[in-house]
Design a protein around this ligand. Structure first.
Ligand SMILES: [Fe+2]
Length: 446
């Protein structure tokens, strides 16, 4: 007599597999149920007054990292002890400190200490100010491949925490943000809370940021220039890159030249930023850094109804510079949605223009920008108003893989991905009138 089906040893595994398949949530963009904004998370201070808080790291010139932190105790020295073995600090560096006032708020002592020279791809353990817990970070690799996490408009909500936990679930080398960090919006205690929220991540990998509109905090007559908190807390390597302003700078890391521009400072062709960008682009050596990446806040290309046209005057001023330099990709934030464009120059598809990507969907309290223009522009390849983060894995001098990871409630899902080819290895893009440097062509012909 034949055995009943359920006594077959393969029956239950097969049944489970079928059930698993049937119960999988549908994850296509059209079916995904978008979540409303979630509440602000205030991250409390639980350490002593002399212990470091809000620890974060950033790249600070070749083979150097900057450690930044805040203490309530003003007597704590701005020194960092570090080494490659936990608890054994055989090196020490002394740095600088600052503080600021904003109306009735007085910041703690804000320390910035550069340490190095450091070995690449190495884990260092460090202690700040001679007090408190040990932290560690890993230095980026010396050459490609490298993986960037790209994430804008973070804020400090439950969605932010969710996005950061997704970021943390897979290793990466350098964190890049196109701005709008804390959404403190003049409430200075929220800057402190934001620093504490991101410390577990920003103390372990370099965080390279540029400013958004939420960093401005301008108040007429009293604080006419703005960026008081941002500049004091998020000191970036502007001096190391020949810039005179913390609002724009550049850095090299593992075959990539990354330019962080300022959407909220002067950018016209007679501005200091424009001239700095011109000279920075002129210095790029595509043999050393075949990838050139630009990061700014207000997108130059955007088919969302939110913030439509806000990046247009900057685009008109600077697009030519990026195009002639054959910039590979431009990341922006500001619009709380994800959008990837094709290669563009002057509102037309152009194989030698940058790929434009808007990634302003980190999770802030304002929620998502749900409305896109219809019909969709043919320049816009993929667009979706969901929270998430992006990853750019630069594999070698010619290939990079871009992926956008949408936040599903407790997991993250790759909703969009694409392979990019560096313009360095696209021979036809270097044969334009007036180009006297044919080195790219020779390189491609090898
Ligand atoms: Fe913004």
């Amino acid at each position: 007599m034949e055995k009943p089906l359920w006594l077959n040893p393969h029956f239950f595994p097969l049944l489970l597999a079928i059930l698993f398949f049937l119960l999988q949530p549908s994850l296509s963009a059209s079916d995904y149920v978008r979540q409303p904004p979630r509440k602000v998370v205030v991250t409390q201070h639980h350490r002593s007054k002399s212990d470091p808080q809000q620890v974060h790291t950033s790249l600070a010139g070749k083979d150097y990292m900057r450690i930044s932190w805040i203490t309530d105790d003003k007597d704590v020295p701005s020194k960092v002890e570090y080494g490659t073995v936990s608890g054994q600090y055989n090196a020490m560096a002394v740095g600088d400190h600052t503080s600021y006032h904003y109306f009735f708020y007085s910041s703690g002592k804000i320390h910035h200490v550069n340490i190095g020279p450091l070995e690449p791809s190495t884990t260092y353990y460090y202690r700040c100010g001679g007090h408190g817990p040990e932290f560690s970070f890993k230095t980026p690799p010396p050459t490609l491949p490298i993986e960037f996490v790209v994430l804008g408009d973070l804020g400090q909500t439950e969605w932010t925490a969710s996005t950061l936990s997704h970021v943390d679930s897979k290793d990466y080398d350098v964190f890049i943000s196109p701005g709008d960090l804390s959404y403190a919006d003049t409430q200075q205690l929220l800057w402190d809370s934001f620093g504490r929220l991101v410390e577990p991540y920003a103390s372990r990998r370099p965080w390279m940021v540029t400013e958004g509109n939420h960093e401005m905090e301008i108040f007429p007559i009293i604080y006419p220039h703005g960026f008081k908190a941002y500049n004091a807390r998020w000191l970036m390597p502007y001096q190391e890159s020949g810039s005179t302003s913390n609002l724009y700078y550049s850095f090299d890391v593992a075959g990539s030249h990354v330019i962080m521009l300022g959407s909220y400072t002067d950018f016209d062709d007679d501005s200091v930023q424009y001239k700095w960008l011109q000279s920075d682009l002129a210095k790029v050596d595509r043999k050393k850094t075949p990838w050139v990446i630009v990061v700014l806040h207000a997108p130059w290309y955007n088919t969302n109804l939110a913030h439509k046209g806000e990046g247009e005057s900057m685009r008109k001023a600077m697009e030519d510079l990026l195009y002639k330099a054959r910039v590979d990709v431009v990341f922006a934030g500001h619009v709380h949605a994800y959008e990837r464009f094709t290669r563009i120059y002057d509102n037309k598809a152009d194989p030698c223009g940058p790929v434009y990507i808007t990634i302003g969907d980190g999770g802030n309290r304002e929620g998502l920008a749900l409305m896109f223009e219809n019909p969709a522009s043919e320049l816009s390849v993929y667009r979706e108003p969901s929270f998430g983060h992006g990853r750019l894995r630069v594999v070698d001098e010619s290939r990079a893989h871009w992926s956008w990871h949408r936040n599903n409630d407790s997991d993250s899902f790759v909703a969009d991905e694409a392979w990019l080819q560096s313009l360095t290895t696209t021979k036809s893009c270097w044969l334009y009138p007036g180009n006297t440097d044919d080195s790219m062509v020779k390189k491609d012909e090898l």
